[in-house]
Design a protein around this ligand. Structure first.
Ligand code: SF4
Length: 375
């Protein structure tokens, strides 16, 4: 959400926020949520844009380390060696992404290198270091424009070696790790073929907290079989586990995926728009007010998207969500109840990363075909 978009919301007097003493700076504005664009602006003093990078990683849910086939909604046919040899080099991607953003927006103060597709901590750790440091190191060439990293990954892919590396990078720069949590309900994770459990998510965040990087949860609403009450249980877990940020997505189906086939055959239905709007507001009312809301919906290119089509109208969807908040006179955190055990007091557990994943990450060497820079 950009600042302009966030500014469109109009709310009555802010209600008291249970479990949170004092006001947060985002509440001084008119937005009902702690929007990402504003949070970045406050942190860096100007407009920050993410530039997406495909570093050529694959996924343990695709290559057989934990499962094959991948998640039912994920078009992972592209996570193959042939894709990796065709990949634009990381440096080229980053520089051309920055140029594209600069052409679109006149005032951009900095960029976050966003390692987005596949599982971006699933490679030998020294190779991860090389690729992340390459992105941050480009500052020498482009005058400190890259303000940090965002790293998308799975909760079962962060052994201690990876967390130590990210902690080290976070001591020098902004780093956000985005975990694909999706839901707290294991039956739904099985339905999606995630090949990890919610216990894996708890293990990852309890080992990630307090290391100096931001921790973001990617959550999907509208999973078939999940009731409203189940989705609200996932919302409550955001505060229990102490996530710093959240990305909310509606479940959507794209061509070439198992979910796409189910939707085309009529076997599975997507959530309708009005229900999604109400569910997002219910969800955000239950998460802590300080959590940064990075997204409130997801979509795909229109030629790949099967259903729901309404998610393509992002601006109008956002306005509807803001209007629902205004109608209720509530905002993010209005119904938040702090957990009995504050997240920072939760014990740090032993690392439960599956051995099959750890073998890939903690081995010496590098993925054979990953191309990172001109050589
Ligand atoms: S874990 Fe992520 S990258 Fe892997 S198959 Fe699922 S959605 Fe795709």
């Amino acid at each position: 959400m950009t600042n302009n978009e966030a500014d469109r919301a109009c709310l009555p007097e802010s209600p008291a926020l249970p479990g949170h003493s004092g006001s947060l700076s985002w509440m001084d504005g008119e937005s009902p949520i702690n929007a990402f664009g504003r949070a970045l602006q406050n942190r860096f003093g100007g407009r920050i844009q993410r530039v997406s990078i495909d570093a050529g990683f694959t996924c343990p849910n695709v290559d057989g380390a934990v499962a094959k086939g991948g998640c039912n909604f994920c078009d992972n046919r592209s996570f193959s060696p042939s894709r990796r040899v065709r990949l634009q080099q990381v440096k080229t991607q980053l520089l051309s992404g920055i140029q594209t953003v600069r052409e679109r927006y006149k005032k951009v103060s900095g960029f976050i290198a966003y390692f987005q597709p596949a599982t971006n901590t699933y490679a030998p750790v020294e190779q991860l270091r090389e690729v992340f440091e390459l992105a941050l190191g480009l500052n020498d060439e482009i005058q400190d424009e890259i303000v940090g990293l965002a790293i998308g990954t799975r909760p079962d892919c962060v052994p201690e070696s990876v967390l130590s590396l990210i902690e080290e990078l976070a001591s020098q720069s902004y780093v956000s790790v985005e975990y694909g949590m999706q839901t707290i309900h294991d039956a739904s994770l099985v339905w999606m073929n995630r090949a990890h459990s919610h216990a894996d998510m708890i293990n990852a965040i309890d080992r990630s907290r307090g290391r100096g990087f931001e921790i973001c949860a990617h959550v999907i609403l509208g999973i078939p079989g999940e009731s409203h009450a189940m989705m609200m249980e996932t919302a409550i877990e955001i505060g229990v586990l102490g996530f710093d940020a959240i990305k909310l997505h509606n479940l959507y189906a794209v061509r070439g995926t198992p979910l796409g086939e189910e939707v085309l055959s009529g076997q599975t239905k997507m959530m309708d728009r009005d229900e999604y709007v109400r569910t997002v507001v219910d969800f955000l009312e239950r998460i802590p007010p300080q959590v940064i809301v990075e997204r409130i919906s997801g979509d795909a290119p229109s030629d790949f998207l099967i259903e729901p089509k309404w998610c393509l109208e992002k601006s109008s969807l956002r306005l509807s969500i803001e209007a629902e908040f205004a109608k209720r006179g509530t905002r993010q955190g209005s119904q938040y109840q702090p957990p009995g055990l504050p997240p920072e007091k939760r014990p740090v557990p032993a690392d439960k990363t599956p051995a099959s994943i750890r073998e890939q990450i903690d081995r010496r060497g590098r993925l054979p075909v990953l191309k990172m820079q001109d050589r």
